[in-house]
Design a protein around this ligand. Structure first.
Ligand code: ASP
Length: 311
């Protein structure tokens, strides 16, 4: 049993994963619950629920409700879930009006003949599944509305780069039965073009999982990340015998070589294998949160970027 989450703000979600997995929850249920809170799940009702995606405060980290809107002031979220078992993947992209997009992605995985639904189509599916679609105003927070109103967008983005703790919420869980599942959720690049889809809901780019091997997730500049399929590559390397850390470092090294190290984009990678071993690599200072059964502690680890001199 083990769990890992991107960025230090994922700590409450990793705490929640620890509690759910220890009490026998399936990795997929645990990831959904830790991201969104799944109130219908009666067998785990004794655990207090935390809301990550649906909490407007988490929106500061570019996740779910309260995230940054697109260039027209509308919040559009991407989310995906992949279970290691062959063919178990569901995703939504550019989804409007729902504060828990990972729950819609889960429904796509379990109840739709399709794997990825976008925009209005994703919202129609969600409504059919019983979700209510909220007006855009209720999806934004005071913080994200104010950010949108900042007239000098360039200046705003430069300042945001200096702030710590942002980007996709990515969670990987390995349960007692040996199921491994990865989930990701983001409101995507702030002030993006309407309809822009990032790496997060694209299998192999923002996330990937394979039963008996492991799983990986990515965070950072999704427009660039999706050109390299890093999550798929990491899982393939683990399949060939690399540790999660070796796999993350090898994929990062290859991308940096291809882009030239000094020009490489923002990219953070995490991975977990079936032994519960974790790995990470990043082009920026990248805190991630890890729980392992051996030490039974949820700890924040900080992955530093490689130095250009070594390449
Ligand atoms: N990768 C996400 C995207 O580009 C956002 C992020 O991780 O910052 O949509």
């Amino acid at each position: 049993m083990a769990a890992v989450g991107t960025w230090s703000f994922s700590q409450p979600a990793v705490d929640r994963l620890r509690s759910l997995i220890t009490s026998g929850c399936h990795a997929t249920d645990a990831v959904e619950e830790a991201m969104a809170g799944w109130l219908k799940m009666t067998q785990i009702k004794f655990h207090p629920s935390v809301e990550m995606e649906n909490d407007p405060e988490t929106g500061r980290h570019i996740v779910g409700r309260g995230g940054f809107p697109n260039s027209e002031g509308v919040l559009e979220c991407d989310a995906a879930i992949m279970q290691g078992t062959a063919g178990k993947f569901g995703a939504v992209a550019a989804l409007r009006g729902i504060g828990t997009p990972i729950r819609v992605a889960r429904k796509v995985m379990d109840r739709s003949p399709h794997s990825l639904l976008v925009g209005d189509g994703a919202a129609i599916f969600a409504r059919e599944q019983g979700f209510s679609i909220e007006p855009n105003d209720s999806m934004l927070s005071v913080h994200s509305t104010k950010a949108y109103e900042v007239t000098n967008l360039q200046e705003y983005l430069e300042n945001r780069q200096k702030a710590s703790g942002h980007d996709t919420l990515g969670l990987i869980a390995l349960d007692k039965m040996g199921n491994i599942t990865v989930g990701v959720s983001t409101s995507g690049a702030p002030f993006k073009s309407p309809g822009r889809v990032g790496d997060s809901p694209i299998p192999g780019s923002g996330l990937y999982a394979e039963h008996m091997v492991g799983a990986a997730a990515a965070t950072g500049d999704g427009d660039r990340i999706m050109c390299y399929c890093p999550s798929f590559q990491i899982v393939q390397l683990m399949k060939q015998g690399s540790s999660p850390n070796e796999a993350c470092c090898a994929v990062l090294k290859d991308i940096r070589r291809r882009t030239f190290p000094e020009k490489c984009f923002e990219l953070g990678l995490i991975a977990l294998n079936m032994k519960g071993e974790v790995g990470a690599a990043s082009t920026v200072e990248f805190p991630y949160v890890f729980w392992d059964m051996e030490n039974d502690s949820v700890e924040i680890r900080v992955q530093l970027p490689p130095s250009n001199k070594n390449e």
